[in-house]
Design a protein around this ligand. Structure first.
Ligand code: ADP
Ligand code: MG
Length: 260
């Protein structure tokens, strides 16, 4: 019997019903329209698409910040439930900037466990220390405040916070935006090594293919709430089938500039 994939998404849809201001009827907006895919453990799926194509809505429906209108999400073969919220973690855009500068590294990294009332204080502290060490920050830094860390270290703190509950899937929604090239490369290397050591699966979301293509095993392209093309990364890059995919690849190549 084939093993159950980590994540199985079937016909997931989300419609935002717009409020009627002054009785002007507005059409409902299908931000997600019948999205289906599966993801295996320790694999990386890049989800790319223009702004407004539904990528963040997908991320929020998967991580239970939003309730889908219809469809099904199975995680390890079972329906999502609030109890398993920590198994899938979402990192937003500019995660480093969103950390409270006065909180200590320990407070920041432990918080998800505290919210879910997991373990004792000592256990939480120990898990925070291990998560920090996984991202390359010494446990001696647990008492340092966020503003005392460099930009790169704060990025690591945000990742440690997402890792503290040992998630099996990490979703990064435009989290590479605005990082300079060397920092982006460091974060990419960190994600790869964590995947190798811990078997974490990633969904990397971006409007910019350049930021995520290097890490992805497979790539899904979204347009108007639907996945219009989904293939392994090499195939999609060398033989794009959909005009929107060709456009995203062309934009990425233009950004890279002429090759020397
Ligand atoms: P992306 O992340 O690809 O830019 P989003 O998932 O944010 O796309 O948005 C998809 C569509 O849903 C857009 O048209 C957006 O305006 C709309 N949308 C997103 N969130 C909401 C919301 N909370 N209420 C109403 N419309 C929304
Ligand atoms: Mg978005």
């Amino acid at each position: 019997m084939p093993a159950e994939p980590l994540l199985r998404v079937r016909e997931l849809s989300k419609t935002y019903f717009r409020r009627r201001w002054l009785a002007t009827p507005r059409p409902a907006l299908a931000a997600l329209a019948g999205v289906s895919f599966t993801l295996q453990r320790a694999r990386t799926l890049a989800v790319i698409g223009a702004s407004g194509s539904g990528k963040s809505t997908l991320a929020r429906c998967l991580t239970q910040f939003e309730i889908p209108t219809s469809g099904e999400v199975l995680f390890e073969g079972r329906a999502l439930s609030p109890l398993r919220r920590l198994d899938m973690q979402l990192i937003f855009q500019q995660p480093a900037a969103s950390l409270n500068p006065r909180f200590t590294a320990a407070e920041i990294v432990e918080e998800p466990l505290l919210i879910q009332r997991r373990g004792t204080g000592t256990e939480r502290r120990e898990r925070a220390a291990s998560a920090l060490e996984l991202t390359g920050i010494a446990r001696a830094a647990l008492g340092k405040r966020a503003h005392e860390f460099s930009g790169g270290e704060r990025q690591r703190l945000a990742i440690a916070r997402a890792l503290v509950a040992e998630p099996k899937l990490l979703i990064l929604d435009e989290s590479f935006n605005g990082l300079d090239a060397s920092l982006a490369a460091q974060v990419a290397a960190l994600l790869s090594s964590l995947q190798e050591r811990l078997g974490i699966a990633y969904i990397l979301i971006s409007h910019d293919l350049t930021l995520v293509a290097g890490l992805a095993h497979e790539i899904a392209v979204m347009e108007r709430g639907a996945i219009i093309e989904h293939a392994d990364a090499a195939t999609l890059m060398s033989q794009p089938r959909h005009p929107q995919t060709c456009e995203l690849i062309a934009a990425a190549l233009a950004l890279e500039g002429p090759r020397a």
